[in-house]
Design a protein around this ligand. Structure first.
Ligand SMILES: [Zn+2]
Length: 301
């Protein structure tokens, strides 16, 4: 049993991208696609609910050499081998989505998403140039909110895919989620394992960015981070903002209050759009005291 569990953990660690190879530039938002950067979907446009329509579109668009399958709410197309395809479909997409629904998201998407898993940088970039007229800003992948598409260079691992799945699946459940939490949660699960049906984020390549900011005395007070507008979050300090948001979500995970925080924040958003009130209530102390303890905690990782 233990051996089996470790096997699953290692597989997920592998496919959910716990490597330390990502660079500083990429940290600025898994490379440039987040809901604030993408155009919002056309208001009132009916979502696509029939997978056969998306499957036909993908076949037409990509041609031969692609496996196309449906795993609600995702229509997945890829030019990787069938065995790798099955692994990503089952262990990354299906299992991680179920874990997200179990602990976080109650309202499931009405419509479907297209998921492109390109086997290498060449086919990923070629597709982006053909579709959007330019190379992608991220070497890993991105979510296009306006066209309900997750587009990945899956050779870089499954971490970015899980990150972008958070953005896709949180949308119907918490449409007003602020960037700090949307990106904190997405970044947390870009390196994760599944334990008892729940996702658990682990330390990853954003940790050195966090500690570099800490060493230079450049950590933003949590009180300020949680009050940032989306454009401020994605602005000049985005790389450190992502790292701080991620490691505060990990802190809530360690304190066993991350799902509880999510539900309180979502359900009472109008009462406090920063989330600070709910964090203070769960921790039973003032945000500045929590900030101080969090700064000590990150040094222990
Ligand atoms: Zn993101």
């Amino acid at each position: 049993m233990l051996k089996k569990l470790i096997g699953i953990t290692l597989t997920l660690a592998l496919i959910a991208g716990c490597s330390s190879q990502k660079d500083e530039k990429a940290a600025a938002g898994t490379g440039g696609s987040h809901p604030a950067a993408a155009e919002k979907r056309t208001a009132g446009a009916a979502p696509e609910t029939d997978p056969s329509g998306f499957m036909a579109e993908l076949k037409e668009e990509l041609g031969n050499g692609y496996v196309i399958e449906y795993e609600k709410p995702f229509v997945i197309a890829s030019n990787i081998s069938k065995s790798e395809f099955d692994r990503f479909k089952e262990q990354t997409i299906k299992d991680c989505a179920e874990a997200m629904y179990k602990d976080f998201f109650e309202k499931r998407p009405e419509g479907l998403f297209k998921v492109y898993l390109f086997k290498n940088a060449a086919t990923y970039e070629e597709y982006c140039v053909k579709k959007f007229g330019h190379k992608p800003s991220s070497p890993y992948g991105f979510f296009r909110d306006d066209i309900d598409s997750l587009i990945m260079n899956i050779a870089t691992g499954g971490g970015t895919l899980v990150h972008e799945m958070v953005h896709a699946l949180i949308r119907p459940d918490f449409p007003d989620v602020p960037a700090w939490f949307n990106e904190g949660l997405g970044s947390l699960f870009e390196c994760c394992k599944i334990d008892g049906g729940s996702l658990r984020g682990e330390k990853n390549w954003r940790y050195p960015i966090l500690m570099d900011a800490a060493d230079k005395n450049k950590l933003v007070p949590l009180r300020k981070l949680f009050a940032t507008s989306d454009s401020e979050f994605y602005g000049d300090n985005s790389s450190a903002n992502y790292a701080q948001a991620r490691y505060f979500c990990m802190y809530m995970q360690e304190k066993d209050c991350l799902p509880a925080f999510y539900r309180q924040f979502r359900d009472n958003f109008a009462g406090d759009k920063t989330g600070i009130k709910f964090i203070e209530s769960l921790f039973g102390k003032n945000i500045d005291a929590i900030d101080k303890e969090w700064r000590e905690w990150i040094k222990t990782l």
